[in-house]
Design a protein around this ligand. Structure first.
Ligand code: UD1
Length: 380
C-alpha cells in the first residue's frame, strides 16, 4: 500500500504554537486519523520564544526546522518560501495547514498554492482594516489563497464574503487558542507563587489580584522613539497606581536599548522580565487585576479568562473581544490609557461573556471537517 500524503502543518512564531498545540492531536486522533508533518520555519528562534513553548504545550519536535531567523519582511518571507518549497517537493502533501497571520503563514501558503497544493487557514477572516499592520496584509492574502477557511467569530464570514470568497469554503469552528488555554489552565502556576519567586529575585512588591500585566511589541508602538518613550513614561506613571509586570518581547527589548530608554524601566514600579513561558503567562493573566497589551492573542485569552483587558491599539481584528468580552480599545492616547486602567481599578472593568464556540472543542470541529475532506489522500 502506498504511503499516504501528510497534511503539512506550519508554525513559525510564538502565537502559532498554542494554536498548533490544539490542532495537531485533533488531526492525528479520532476514528479517521490523518498523517501530519510539522514544519517550524524558525521565524522565532530564541529559546524563550520557542523551546519553552514546545515543551509546555506538549507539541512534538518539528519534523524539520527551516531556521530562517529574523530579517526585513521581504527577506524573511522570501527565505521562508525558498526553504519551504523543497519540503513540498519531498513530502508530496495532501494540503498545507497554516495558522494566524505571521510572515510564516503567508510565505508557506503562497508556496503551496503555486504548487497546486490546497491551503487550509485556521483563524481566517479577521480584519483590523489597518493596512499599515503587516499582519493585516498577511491575513487578506492568505484568505484569498485558501481552500478551507476556519473562523473564530461570526463577523469573519462577512469580512470574507465581502472580499469575494465563497461561503462554501468558510467554516465557523471557534477558537483553537482557547482550546489550549482551557486544557492547560489547570497546569498553570498560581500567580502568587510566580510573584513570590519574583520577589525573592528582585525588589518588586505585588500580590495576586493587585497587579497589572503588560505586553507590547507591535511595530506601531515600539519602532518609533517618540511613541515608545511616550508609552513607557505613561505606563511607568500608571505603575505608581498599580504595579505592572512586563515580560518584554525581544523586538521591544532591542528598541528600548537602541533608543536608550532603559532608565524609565528602572525608575518605576514596572517590572521588566525576559519573555516568560506559556503556563507562567496564563498564571499571571489569571491573577491580574488588569492586562494591558497590543497582542492579538492576549485580547482573546483575557476575554476567555474574564480579566479586563486594555488594548493599546487604535483598532482590533478581534471585535468580539470588545462587543462580548472584557476588552477596551484605547489606542496610544495617554489619557485614555490611564482612564481605562483607573476605571478598572475603581469599577472592576467589563465583565464580558465567553464568545460562541470558545468552548475547548474548536480543533475537534476542524479535524472532523478535514478528516472527511482528506480521508482518501492523507489517512494514517
Ligand atoms: C511576529 C509577528 C507578529 C506576532 C509576533 C508575536 C509577523 C509579521 N509578525 O512579530 O504578528 O504578534 O511575532 O511574537 O510575522 N527576535 C528575537 N528572537 C526571536 C524572534 C525575534 O530576538 O526569537 C527579535 C529580532 O530582533 C527580530 C524582531 O524580534 O528582528 C522581530 O521578529 P519578527 O519575527 O520579525 O517579528 P515579531 O515582532 O516577533
Amino acid at each position: 500500500m502506498p504511503v499516504s500524503s501528510p497534511i503539512i502543518c506550519v508554525v513559525g512564531a510564538r502565537p502559532n504554537f498554542m494554536k498548533m498545540a490544539a490542532i495537531l492531536p485533533a488531526l492525528k486522533g479520532g476514528d479517521s486519523p490523518l498523517n501530519t508533518y510539522l514544519v517550524h520555519t524558525g521565524q522565532h528562534y530564541d529559546a524563550a520564544m520557542k523551546d519553552a513553548f514546545f515543551h509546555q504545550l506538549d507539541i512534538p519536535s518539528p519534523d524539520i526546522d527551516l531556521e530562517v531567523g529574523s530579517g526585513t519582511h521581504a527577506v524573511q518571507t522570501a527565505e521562508i518560501m525558498r526553504r519551504f518549497e523543497p519540503i513540498i517537493d519531498s513530502q508530496n502533501p495532501g494540503a498545507v495547514l497554516v495558522v494566524g497571520d505571521v510572515n510564516s503563514t503567508i510565505a508557506c501558503a503562497l508556496v503551496a498554492v503555486k504548487k497546486g497544493v490546497p491551503v487550509i487557514h485556521v483563524e481566517a477572516g479577521l480584519r483590523s482594516r489597518d493596512r499599515t499592520m503587516p499582519e493585516e496584509i498577511n491575513r487578506i492574502l492568505v484568505d484569498q489563497l485558501s481552500d478551507y477557511l476556519f473562523t473564530t467569530e461570526r463577523v469573519a464570514l462577512d469580512n470574507l464574503t465581502s472580499e469575494g470568497i465563497s461561503e462554501k469554503k468558510v467554516h465557523f469552528v471557534g477558537n483553537v487558542m482557547i482550546d489550549t488555554l482551557l486544557r492547560l489552565l489547570p497546569k498553570a502556576p498560581e500567580a502568587s507563587s510566580i510573584l513570590a519567586k519574583l520577589a525573592s529575585d528582585v525588589p518588586f512588591k505585588a500580590e495576586s489580584g493587585s497587579y497589572g500585566l503588560l505586553t507590547m511589541h507591535r511595530p506601531s508602538n515600539v519602532d518609533k522613539v517618540e511613541v515608545l518613550e511616550g508609552l513607557l513614561r505613561q505606563l511607568a506613571s500608571i505603575s505608581n497606581e498599580i504595579p505592572l509586570i512586563f515580560p518584554v518581547h525581544p523586538r521591544t527589548r532591542a528598541q528600548i536599548r537602541r533608543f536608550g530608554l532603559e532608565d524609565i524601566l528602572l525608575e518605576s514600579n514596572l517590572l521588566a522580565l525576559p519573555p516568560i513561558g506559556y503556563l507562567e503567562m496564563l498564571g499571571l493573566m489569571k491573577g491580574a487585576r488588569v492586562v494591558l497589551t497590543d497582542s492579538g492573542g492576549i485580547q482573546e485569552e483575557t476575554t476567555a479568562l474574564g480579566i479586563p483587558c486594555v488594548t493599546i491599539r487604535e483598532n482590533t481584528e478581534r471585535p468580539i473581544t470588545v462587543t462580548s468580552g472584557t476588552n477596551t480599545l484605547v489606542g496610544t492616547d495617554k489619557a485614555k490609557i490611564r482612564g481605562a486602567v483607573m476605571e478598572v481599578l475603581q469599577g472592576g472593568g467589563k465583565a464580558g461573556r465567553i464568545p460562541e464556540y470558545w468552548d475547548g472543542k474548536a480543533a475537534l470541529r476542524i479535524a472532523a471537517i478535514l478528516q472527511d475532506g482528506f480521508a482518501d489522500v492523507c489517512a494514517r
